[in-house]
Design a protein around this ligand. Sequence first.
Ligand SMILES: [Zn+2]
Length: 181
Amino acid sequence: MVVHLVANQSTRVRFPLPAPQFFVLLQGKTMELNASHSFHQILPWLAFSKPADQWLESMRGQTIEAQLESRRITKVCVEEMISTAAIGIGKDNNLTVYFNYYGTSLQDCIESLGHEIGHTFHYDLSKTPPIKITDDDRDEKLLYIIEDFCNLFSLKWIMVNDKKEIERCCKKAGVRFHNNS
Ligand SMILES: [Zn+2]
């Protein structure tokens, strides 16, 4: 599987991205990668690249629920909102992943759950509630890089998991599926 990294393309313009190919903003470079590249190789300057690599490796064979718990995602639920999915601080001061109430395709749902888990890596999970460790509110470029990180994270996460298990977890959360592709 090949992932193309192309610089200077806005994440907002190209979101949602078709799997398995998508683009990553990367400081003026175009790189061709295969899925065996680690985040540390791709984004060595990003503080959470190595933790993400290590986490993905350590989660092989774990249940989806155990994986969510290890990222302090204590709840996955359905909410009235327009995006496919989002993550936020829940009432219990842990993280909650939200899916939209009107449904999504199975593939979008699976990719979105991986994407939202990716977002947990720019939070300090040792704090209650978890605290964001990136300055993406002030640095728009970093915001795009984080989105690309999460898209790539999702692809890698799906590769170390059984899609049927992810589907089961999403169904359990009450997500409705359109056109079961
Ligand atoms: Zn995102």
